[in-house]
Write a protein that binds this ligand. Structure first.
Ligand SMILES: [Cu+2]
Length: 164
């Protein structure tokens, strides 16, 4: 009996494509695969990314985030300034009605400062997202390799080449 269960589980994972994919849904929001880029064990900062779809008729806004792994959590954007990429804190991230907002390397992201523990590759850590309309949404952020790029993140391909 145990063998059969194992086979069924394996098949289900194969069908879903990525065993590590995970998603969260509220009435109107669909948050896909929150992930964090692996950082060195001595790092005091980390960042998290995900895509969020708004299936509702009203705009929503990400107002903030918090996590027990960090002393401080900020919403960040990357901006180009004099040919340099710089990070800057933003007060909120818009999620337009019937639209998708991508948090990804080189764009919007959630930034963790003063890490209490440095998340390791394959680990997950909890983050609470605070949306204006949807309210508090708890997600698990999965730590991926530094080279990881989610599907739909193709606009970063040029940047990616510069690292090699
Ligand atoms: Cu940042």
């Amino acid at each position: 009996m145990k063998t059969i269960q194992t086979i069924i589980l394996t098949a289900a994972m194969a069908i879903s494509g990525f065993a590590s994919a995970h998603e969260y849904k509220t009435d109107s929001l669909h948050i896909d695969h929150p992930w964090s880029k692996q950082v060195p064990p001595t790092s005091s900062v980390a960042a998290a990314f995900f895509s969020v779809m708004n299936h509702g008729d009203n705009d929503d806004v990400l107002l903030g985030a918090s996590s027990p792994i960090a002393e401080k959590t900020e919403l960040h954007a990357h901006i180009h300034e004099n040919g340099m990429m710089k990070m800057r804190e933003v007060e909120q991230i818009e999620i337009p009605a019937h639209g998708t907002q991508m948090l990804k390397p080189g764009g919007y992201h959630i930034m963790f400062f003063g890490l209490n523990e440095v998340p390791k590759l394959g680990d997950s850590f909890p983050v609470t997202l605070n949306f204006k309309q949807a309210g508090m949404v708890e997600v698990d952020v999965k730590v991926e390799e530094a080279t990881y790029m989610p599907e739909g993140g193709h606009s970063d391909k040029e940047m990616d080449h510069s690292h090699h």
